[in-house]
Design a protein around this ligand. Structure first.
Ligand code: FE2
Length: 376
């Protein structure tokens, strides 16, 4: 780690008042949930898990839950008279609405966070069916994004009460995606520190890494970022804000097209990034292209690695090292027509950082895309 990485040793609370067991699920509001679910099965290797909609007694919306290892994504679309989701779609296009976090006690999570200034979205509510019960609560975070707290200590159903098991004859093989490594939010000009304080004060997170515009700038565009982590490190939320550059920041482009703050990318972990990314590319997932020259000098920077460089170069996988080890990562193109949400695929081999050494190569690749859209 270089001296420009600021490790902020904010005193961790002696007792974690919001113990999180990880990400429970991520819910996307989309224009067509049936087709979105099919895309994530086909392109990313998810399997059908559960369904809720008119056939299960929910008249106004339909939701499809899909699963791959510890990842659960839910795609929800309005059917009729569903003003909340319609408004979200009209404003943002397809995007992440719920970052649902697993807790032991959803009532206590709501109590602890709202007492510290969190704005309530959902008071604790117990949902039951013949498979058991789930308690859910929630608070607002940046933009129109929600953190739900999910307590499922006594539930044996497919997903949540109100859903039925989604039986499908079509379940493509897994792409080896395992769990959410981190989930990044883009916030407005000068709003990063406000949300850093929110995660510290309301949710008991710590700022574990910071990047300023000198770390993260290319010739044209710039951003600043702080990485927030919960007590046990299972949940990490980097927060980006735009910074002044010669031309428009990539974060500003996102804010323009999402019409506000929201989730920029979700990083999905794999144990074998070469196999996973080869598979995803065959399935049609599009990734940012990195110039071949990146690979001429990368090993001088990161030292020796276990993998052959050749497949990494062919696939466009990036490499970075910190004092604990190294990591391999790659970024998809946006998965909507708006230049908003995209995915990162990451394999960690000891490193717990976020690929700072790749920012320049990565952002130059992003800018080429931004320029092609006429937004630079
Ligand atoms: Fe990331």
């Amino acid at each position: 780690m270089s001296d420009t990485d600021t490790v902020v040793s904010t005193a961790a609370a002696a007792v974690d008042f919001l113990p999180l067991q990880g990400t429970d699920y991520i819910e996307f509001y989309v224009g067509n949930a049936k087709q979105a679910a099919h895309f994530y099965k086909t392109a990313f290797g998810f399997r059908s898990l559960a369904y809720s909609g008119p056939e299960t007694g929910v008249k106004e919306k339909a939701s499809y839950a899909v699963q791959q290892n510890k990842l659960t994504f839910v795609f929800t679309t309005p059917i009729k008279n569903c003003a909340e989701i319609e408004a979200h779609l009209g404003k943002h296009g397809d995007g992440v609405r719920m970052l649902a976090l697993r807790v032991h006690d959803a009532a206590d999570a709501w109590e602890q966070t709202t007492r510290r200034g969190g704005r309530s979205y959902l008071k604790p509510v117990k949902m039951q069916d013949e498979q058991g019960e789930v308690v859910m609560s929630g608070i607002h975070t940046y933009g129109d994004t929600i953190h739900l707290f999910i307590e499922r200590n006594n539930y044996n159903g497919a997903f949540l009460p109100g859903y039925k098991k989604w039986e499908s004859v079509y379940n493509p093989p897994s792409a080896g995606l395992l769990y959410v490594d981190h989930c990044v939010g883009n916030v407005g000009w000068n709003q990063m520190n406000k949300w850093v304080r929110f995660y510290e004060a309301v949710m008991g997170f710590r700022n574990i890494l910071s990047f300023d515009d000198k770390d993260i700038s290319t010739e044209y565009s710039a951003l600043m970022s702080k990485v927030m982590s919960n007590g046990n490190g299972f949940v990490k939320f980097p927060i980006n804000e735009p910074a002044e550059g010669k031309k428009k920041s990539q974060v500003e482009e996102y804010l323009d097209f999402y019409n506000g703050e929201g989730v920029q990318h979700i990083a999905l972990a794999t144990h074998n990034i070469i196999e996973t990314v080869s598979d995803l590319q065959r399935r049609g997932v599009e990734f940012l292209k990195i110039p071949a020259s990146y690979y001429d000098t990368v090993l001088d920077r990161v030292g020796s690695i276990d993998e052959d460089l050749r497949p990494l170069k062919e696939l466009g996988i990036l490499i970075d090292r910190d004092e604990e080890g190294y990591l391999l990562q790659i970024f998809s193109k946006p998965v909507e027509d708006r230049p908003t949400l995209f995915f990162e695929i990451i394999q960690r081999k000891g490193a717990r950082s976020f690929g700072k050494g790749n920012f320049k190569a990565l952002f130059e690749a992003l800018e080429r895309e931004q320029e092609a859209r006429g937004n630079l």
